[in-house]
Design a protein around this ligand. Structure first.
Ligand code: NAI
Ligand code: MG
Length: 371
């Protein structure tokens, strides 16, 4: 076998859409072995660990992974659902966040393409890809509340703007750090340009806010300008995040590749996904230098779990991304054609598009349309 692919269905509709993925992968006859792994709420409840060690070991033996979705709940509820002998002894964590860290999957790639005939499209000519930095920025997890005296002292010594907060107690102050590194900025920007080059894309836009968040966004923009020079054939532009939110509504068809930091990317990628049909269509890849995990961006939608009624398109487009990443571009194109034709013909549609077809019927229609 050429590839070994990890299949991580997870909870709820993660399982439903994973079955759809397996149907198209089988039909594509990819030369691969599929190994299924344990992940999610079910394993938290049974073992007190939503990402068992055996799953991590298994992933290390594979080329990449396909992930469905997982259920997660607030701290207190998480503890309540544990068996007695585990209560208070283990803490819940997000398995997908952990996997991104473990495999250093620094690029969160979110294509948002409008397939013709999708009744949920905002307009039919949108085709953009968002590159979101996935490991640092405001989601670095370095936060304080209350703010320790030592931290406060250091900040006051180094920054005159801290004088503004004189008289505010440590208890009344919370700090979340937005940490950027030059290396972190460079590798996400490079990834975006390399993708643009590989797929014949015309333009890369860096989305930040350097006029206000001078040091972090500034670092990102300065590195982007340097890297842009290495790709003379690709147009380079810059935009502020707030303006981008407006422009994505006003003229989303004008954008091609967008690259941005963690939180900004989190927000605009959800915005952009809604322009092309929302959760049923939003695919993604968590990509590093040596490993990648592909997943629809929706959650486990408990009310639809096991009913096989949700739209498999987000998952099938994630499979398409996986095939591209593996270098199987012909198969990726074949799958995409099948998806595009299924949407355009509109004979087999799940409820979100106004139809009554099941998840698996739609996957089977995609298979028919690939041939
Ligand atoms: P959700 O994405 O699971 O579902 C919200 C609603 O969106 C659904 O009720 C349904 O109406 C619609 N929807 C989602 N996927 C769809 C599809 N493929 N086709 C058609 N309609 C679709 O988000 P929610 O309800 O906020 O979260 C449910 C659980 O999922 C929570 O436990 C949450 O923590 C988790 N979650 C997990 C994610 C992941 O695994 N990456 C991401 C987001 C939420
Ligand atoms: Mg999000």
């Amino acid at each position: 076998m050429k590839y070994k692919i990890a299949m991580l269905p997870g909870d709820g509709i993660g399982k439903d859409v994973m079955d759809a993925a397996q149907i198209v992968l089988n039909a594509l006859d990819l030369d691969a072995e599929y190994v299924y792994g344990d992940i999610g709420w079910e394993f938290w409840k049974k073992e007190g660990n939503p990402l068992p060690e055996r799953t991590i070991e298994m992933l290390k033996e594979t080329d990449c992974a396909l992930f469905g979705a997982i259920t997660s709940k607030p701290k207190d509820e998480a503890q309540k659902e544990l068996p007695e002998h585990l209560k208070g002894r283990v803490e819940y964590f997000s398995p997908i966040v952990k996997l991104r860290q473990l495999f250093d999957l620094y690029a969160n790639v979110r294509p948002c393409k409008a397939y013709e005939g999708n009744p949920l499209n905002y307009r039919d000519d949108i085709d953009l890809v968002i590159f979101r930095e996935n490991t640092q920025g405001l989601y670095s997890g370095v936060e304080f509340h209350p703010v320790p005296d030592e931290v406060r002292k250091v900040l006051e010594e180094h920054h005159t703007n801290m004088a503004r907060f004189e008289g505010v107690s440590n208890e009344d102050m919370a700090i979340s750090l937005r940490i950027f590194t030059r290396q972190g900025c460079r590798r996400i920007i490079k990834k975006a340009f390399e993708y643009a080059k590989e797929y014949g894309r015309k333009k890369v836009t860096v989305v930040e806010k350097p006029n206000v968040i001078r040091e972090t966004s500034g670092l990102m923009i300065r590195e982007a300008r340097k890297i842009a020079e290495e790709y003379g054939e690709i147009e380079y532009s810059e935009a502020n995040i707030d303006a981008m939110a407006m422009w994505l509504i006003k003229n989303p068809q004008n954008y091609d590749i967008l690259v941005t930091s963690n939180m900004f990317g989190d927000i605009i990628s959800d915005l952009a996904a809604q322009l092309v049909g929302g959760l049923g269509f939003a695919c993604s890849g968590n990509i590093g230098d040596n490993y990648a995990i592909f997943e629809p961006t929706h959650g486990s939608a408990p009310k639809y779990a096991g009913k096989y009624v949700v739209n498999p398109t987000a998952m099938l487009l994630s499979v398409k991304m996986m095939l591209e990443w593996l270098g199987e571009k012909k198969l990726a194109k074949k799958l995409e054609n099948g998806i595009a034709r299924t949407i355009e013909e509109g004979r087999v549609r799940t409820y979100d598009m106004g139809g009554t077809a099941t998840t698996l019927e739609m996957a089977e229609e995609v298979v028919r349309n690939m041939e």
